[in-house]
Design a protein around this ligand. Structure first.
Ligand code: GRF
Length: 196
């Protein structure tokens, strides 16, 4: 299967998926054929170059409206014959035009146990602060299908992470990110093997 990874930041999830296609559980099952970033400074673009993966930057400011911005992303995805789109640290909503074509074939990873602590508007970058502030005993990672409503689609895999009283949000972020790197490839494998 041909994967596209949508990124905005460091791209550590993209890296773990790439590693998994090269020598892990996705070897022979999937390949990353495209990386799209909305942020020209995303380190993820460097990682893609290092992996010889086609990487494009599509920035909202270069378009006069959402529709043409979304159209540019969709065109890139379709020209590259992408089967499955994986959002990995992608910090924008996916437009309706893209949803209409990729619903059921688009995944996102959220660094918490959805439906708790969901929705970028609510927590966004500060989900781990919210978890620590709420005194949660556990947090975790959720890979889910993308739907119109933020962080609401069918859950593919969820994995828990223990939160200790002494944990800072950074401690939680570190533990959660390590689990993300393990379960995103597992979730993609499940979808590719149509276990869902
Ligand atoms: C991380 O905070 C991760 O929890 C979330 O997006 C952020 C960046 O991930 N999924 P990445 O290193 O760009 O994959």
């Amino acid at each position: 299967k041909r994967l596209a990874i949508l990124v905005s930041g460091s791209g550590s999830n993209m890296q773990s998926i790439a590693d998994s296609t090269n020598r892990g559980i996705l070897k022979g099952l999937a390949a990353i054929v495209l990386v799209i970033s909305n942020n020209p400074n995303a380190y993820a673009l460097r990682r893609a170059e290092n992996e010889n993966i086609k990487a494009v930057c599509i920035e909202r400011k270069d378009f006069e409206d959402e529709k043409s911005f979304n159209g540019a992303i969709l065109e890139e995805l379709q020209n590259t014959k992408v089967d499955i789109v994986c959002l990995a640290g992608y910090m924008r909503m996916i437009g309706q035009e893209i949803m209409d074509v990729y619903r059921g074939r688009m995944l996102n990873i959220h660094p918490a146990l959805l439906p708790k602590f969901g929705g970028k508007g609510m927590y966004g970058y500060h989900v781990h602060e919210a978890v620590v502030k709420a005194g949660e005993k556990k947090s975790g990672v959720t890979v889910h299908f993308v739907e119109e409503e933020y962080d609401t689609g069918k859950i593919v895999i969820q994995r828990e992470v223990e939160v200790f009283k002494s944990d800072t949000p950074q401690d939680v972020a570190k533990k959660v990110l390590a689990v993300e790197h393990r379960i995103y490839p597992e979730a993609i494998k499940k979808v590719v093997e149509n276990e869902l």
